[in-house]
Design a protein around this ligand. Structure first.
Ligand code: PGA
Length: 253
């Protein structure tokens, strides 16, 4: 049975006290909740990871980082290594997010190196892929997705230690969501590719999340699709009430 993952991606938001208040409210809520196969993840800014992971050890929320460096250690000012994340017992790390590809020029090759490092230190990668509006309008969405998968997963072995997030770039932070059918089409394509490249067992057990303006109003329909196993949620995850509402919907399905 695949996990349904509801993951908040706070990006570069919240003051420390706001982050702490959010974690208190979230864990109070989760303590009295039957989650079933739903897993809740908060991807916090790096300086708050330690605080957030203190909540994780007591409660049922998992913590993710938003970035990692591809090197082991050394003179890389401002960077964080996979071994550091592992030493803080961080469970997940987002890689390949379109904002990192766009603003920090991250390539599929670099993302592949980051993925290998995370696996080496047993931090589960949340690998983001997705097409731009221009690519969708040109009708090359499938090609783009398959190329990103092929390059980022070159020479990678996977068991259940990988989460994929399909995030159409045109839907991120724009309020414009892919229709459930548009998303399902690509999720199916991803699962089929994983099955061919790895095995059907792996493709059936891997969680593929949707990301891009997911919110309480549209999460139900998206999660109803057979190949959508949760969400990577930006804007709407900053608001504790919205985040709780989305967890409730996932649990009810
Ligand atoms: P959004 O962001 O929900 O604000 O569109 C999603 C993401 O970038 O992971």
């Amino acid at each position: 049975m695949r996990k349904i993952i509801i993951a908040g991606n706070w990006k570069m938001n919240k003051a420390f006290s706001e982050a702490e208040d959010f974690m208190v409210e979230l864990t109070d809520f989760l303590n009295v909740k039957k989650l079933g196969k739903v897993e809740v993840v908060v991807c916090s800014p790096s300086p708050y990871l330690e605080m957030a992971s203190d909540f994780a050890s007591e409660n049922r929320v998992f913590i993710g980082a938003q970035n990692v460096n591809e090197n082991d250690f050394g003179a890389y000012t401002g960077e964080i290594s996979a071994s550091m994340l592992a030493s803080m017992e961080i469970d997940y790390c987002i890689i390949g997010h379109s904002e990192r590809r766009k603003y920090y020029h991250e390539t599929d090759d670099l993302i592949n190196s980051k993925l290998k490092k995370l696996q080496e230190f047993e931090v589960v990668p949340i690998l983001c892929i997705g097409e731009t509006l221009e690519e969708r309008e040109k009708g090359i969405t499938e090609q783009v997705i398959l190329s990103q998968l092929t390059k980022t997963l070159t020479n990678i072995k996977i068991n259940n230690d990988l989460v994929i997030a399909y995030e159409p770039v045109w839907a991120i932070g724009t309020g414009r969501t892919a229709t459930p059918q548009q998303a399902q089409e690509i999720h199916f394509l991803i699962r089929k590719w994983i099955s061919e490249k790895f095995s059907s067992e792996i493709s059936n057990s891997i969680s593929i999340l949707y990301g891009g303006s997911m919110k309480p109003e549209n999460i139900r329909e998206l999660l109803h699709q057979p190949d959508i196993d949760g969400g990577l949620i930006g804007g709407a995850s900053l608001d504790i009430e919205k985040f709780k509402a989305m967890i409730n919907t996932a649990v009810e399905l």
